[in-house]
Design a protein around this ligand. Sequence first.
Ligand code: FAD
Ligand code: NAD
Length: 477
Amino acid sequence: MNSDNKFDVIVIGGGPGGYVAAIRCAQLGLKTACVDEFTGKDNKPSLGGTCLNVGCIPSKALLESSHHYEQLNHGLDQHGIKVSGVKIDVPTMIKNKDDIVGRLTGGISGLFKANKISSFHGRGKLLAGKNVEITSADGEVSSISANNIILAAGSRPIHIPSAPIDNKCIVDSTGALNFDKTPKTLGVIGAGVIGLELGSVWSRLGSEVVLLEAQDTFLPAVDLKVAAEAKRQFKKQGLDIKMSARVTKATTKGNKVLVEYEDASGDHSIELDKLIVAVGRRPNTDNLFAPEAPVELDERGFVEVDEIWQTNQPSVYAIGDLIRGPMLAHKASEEGVAVAEVIYGEEPEINYDVIPSVIYTNPEIASVGQTEQHLKSAGEKIKIGTFPFAASGRAQALGDTNGMVKVIASEETDQILGVHIIGPQASELIAEAVLAMEYSASSEDLALTIHAHPTLSEALREAALAVDKKAIHIPNR
Ligand code: FAD
Ligand code: NAD
């Protein structure tokens, strides 16, 4: 193998885990290659993985567009603004989303060039001896090798036999980002993060949306009080969320899909224009490594790694959606940086206890740390402060007063153990709580911190004050 094909590090996968790992490796002076197989809508290589191409970014672009539409239609009356004749041009909205994706994925290519990262387009497979076989879209096979390999192949949607994807009427999250018009009726299997975000997009644009959720608990990982408030708000917005609903069969007939499902009240069938299957994601481990380089998987099919993200194969690491932990872009990126530094000889750490999580619905739902129900079942003694956005001057001015902030602290030490926000700008507000928890702050630390007035962030401070019954703008009970 000549020196052009020999690297210090090869990263397989160019998503937020892989591309960030590659950039950090290059910054550290390591000769780095990245192999990614994603092909964009224009049939060209498109770095950025699920997140930039068919995940975080395009979904947030559509959420923003649909939010503007919704606000113009229903959100401005109280401000005395009368708007009529509002129309949505779905192809333009989709083009805007595609343009955003194009700019950001192009930006990653630019960063790769600037950092002198060798970018290979094709499917990577780990062979013995840390060789990587690359198969291009037209079937051409080549090979490169390195001293270290980072597996960052990410995940893909789980498909279920009762609702086979036909990309016509039955789609997964990728198809749901590309409807050419607003479906009159839309079903979503799974009332999880994707179901709620994409269900919200099309509901705001006029679809009648029904969500069919198999479990009997709504958003079980979310704080109970927040989940209850979210469900109330979504119902008010017209999302029809059916719990304990099991889809038995979905069949496309012409331009319609017939969905048969059962719940506690019996068997049902509904005819819909589109059906989104959003029942979770699974790691992309198929054909990722040859039998001669057997990488160990855990019982759920994720790549098994130790505390420095190393697999059972020496100097072969894995990060992001491919391994345990929340399937979140920022978690993948953090691991990308950490693994690059491990390879360079440093001893980085990730504080998995303070990874924020956000659902970008309206209201937004954001959290960090533990929930009340989790702490109580673990026998922790806790104190809780909550503050409603209805008591926030800024939220009143915005006309966006639904929701609240909840701060949970240890009764013994006052250390903040969890912060849960449902309401306006929750996705931005949570950052302060993450920083506070990263520094092991107490609720008193947060309560003593001066916040500008009038801001939404004052609600976080008031919730921290409420932990010790010192909130100013609500009665303390
Ligand atoms: P990925 O982003 O999946 O990237 C893996 C890359 O590797 C892909 O390009 C893939 O094509 C490529 N690949 C796979 N196998 C091979 C192979 N053998 N050879 C070469 N290349 C290969 N997370 C958030 O934090 N915030 C959000 O708002 C958010 N919204 C989302 C919305 C949707 C609709 C979806 C689907 C996901 C969303 N996520 C969000 C989750 C987020 O996208 C993932 O957690 C994140 O992309 C994982 O990063 P990764 O680098 O591990 O993998
Ligand atoms: P999810 O795990 O959030 O939700 C899937 C839902 O489908 C669950 O409520 C589950 O009970 C339900 N379900 C499973 N099988 C079912 C069936 N047969 N019938 C009916 N319901 C069924 O998964 P998702 O929404 O597909 O998202 C995948 C991952 O992507 C998430 O884990 C999340 O980490 C990530 N994501 C994050 C964001 C964000 O950070 N804002 C946005 C989208 C996706």
